[in-house]
Design a protein. Sequence first.
Length: 410
Amino acid sequence: MVPVALDPPFRIRAATYSARQLAGYALRATGADAPELDQPELGGQPAHPALEATEQVAREHVSVDSVWFQNSLRGAAGLALAVYVAQRTGLQHGFWVVLGTLSVLRSNALGTGWSILSALAGTAVGIIVGALLVIGIGTAEPVLWGVLPLAVLLAAYAPRAISFAAGQAAFTVVLFILFNLIQPVGWKVGLVRVEDVAIGFAISLVVGLLFWPRGTAARLRKDLATAYARGADYVVATARQVIGGTVAEQALGASRGADAAVHRLDDAFRQYLAERSATTMNVEDVAALVGGASRVRRAAQSLASLGRMAGGEARLERCGRNLERELDALQSWYLTLGDALVNGRRVPSPHIRDAQGASRLLACEREAARGRDRATVNAALVLLWSCQHLENLWRLETHLGERANAARAA
């Protein structure tokens, strides 16, 4: 009856803890003063939080597995190749090659190909409209100056409001007007633009095929596996910290690893949504898996908070040893989940809970609490609430398994 009686206050505490975290994040986002949020690290606040945050971001993304690193490398390679081709060929307007390369370069070959088709269609329409405009009004500068603001407005508005192709068409018209204002050349400037941007598009396609041509889907699966693995490590480390009462470097390292994994997963998911391949399966299933990784990490942070709540008071290490088999089974299941996601296998059923260990734990805590020592009772309460977090993660396994198997079937 004890776990049943403790379940409502645990739910209330978990809800208030989450609400406090959200309120703090919201205050920080608006620039207002916010109370210090619970963090797993110990040892006080850093002297230079902004510098430490920058260093943390750099550490997280200095890896070939980071989508930031991949996008930076892809863009640098495309830009360097475009500049090299423009200089070696001696094109009249070489900057159009560079601009065309960067405008259509996407995170996968399919997205780059679609962007090239859209850009070519928009450029062709823009050449036709621009040529008709120049032929119609000639090279009269007052008229061209009067049309220019409207053309610039349309070029800035069209990509977002209409389409990428419409933006390319409007931008081409702007170039027609500008070049005829600088040096009247008539409609022939359109031929030069077609040649230059076609070279730039070809460079983007080559770079897209050479650097991660399949996009972020495979990267997202690997980041999911890593996030669940690091999150499970963090849960086990903090649970053992609650049991033993020691501030271990293992828990601090597990915290940093889980944070980095979840941040990289968030970046990969954002890019995945931006790719066309994201529509090939139910995005809700993928979003549920991404959110599940954050829930595992949040459970570990809650366990760390429970450990700090116990402080230096008595610990029930002899009782907590009964959780070892449950922790090992929990960690093993989440590792299996990640492996199934990466290799496209079916996710197994939730792990079988250690009922005997739970019974021994409850009996041990009853015996420890009979002495009515306040520190011992508090330690028993912390340990029971820790068990509630582990039970929530066990319940989460069913939800994640269903989502993962549905995504696999799709």
